[in-house]
Design a protein around this ligand. Sequence first.
Ligand SMILES: [Zn+2]
Length: 279
Amino acid sequence: MANRTAMSLTPYSLFDTHCHLNLPELAGTHPAHQLQNMQQHWQDAQQVGVAALLIPATEPATWLPLLGLQQQQPSGWHLALGVHPWWAVTSPLSAIEQLSQLCLRHSDNIAAIGEIGLDFALASATFAAQQAWFEQQLALAKQLAKPVILHHRKSQPQLLAEIKRQQFSHGGILHAFSGSVQQAQAFIDQGFKLGIGGTITYPRAAKTRKVVQQLPLSHFVLETDAPSMPLAGYQGEVNTPARLAEVFAAFCQLRSEPAAEVAATLWQNSLQILGLGRL
Ligand SMILES: [Zn+2]
């Protein structure tokens, strides 16, 4: 069993900083079984050392259900609420008001605004809605002094430009980082951690692996992006938070520090950037 192997290799506390545990691939489609399915994946992940995870919302319809699910599973699940760029067109911009109110009412339960960002691999007809949602949500995060979970595809310069324009200083996580040391440094300079996932298990991801090798450990957090982004060797399968142990193992292979030090630092980085110091 892959789980058993990973368990013996990973006696550490790991934080999956990006896991869409509520999406149908992991939670199923029947509301009555949703929590049970999510808890099963959570238990499997705990078996291999995952001690906390962050669930980023994708669209307004998921905000209240996520808050409800979190209340039934009080330990270890953290939330980011927001509108993902893929849902920008179908989410009315007026929902920003509800987001603002939920964040004020449930401030202690919402670690970050996310998943927000810009995805320029989508059709250009969506760009105006994406930009509007991104600008509004970044402004809200600034007002609430919350970090953000950033989605990027072909959009790093535009994300940086807006962060600078708004003088946003609460940082966050650049989710699914891939790119060069120079690209990484531009976000680090704005207070962001780099979210490292299954990408580094692919030998072809040479640039991203080099970033993991070269930059100080203080700049990284781990993530699976489950159910997306399967690791090398698992293409075509649904990704799960339990695979974080394998992301961690791949990460450690690129570092010179002992695994215990890597794990402890990544854990602290996650708590610090998400404002969860009280854990
Ligand atoms: Zn995501």
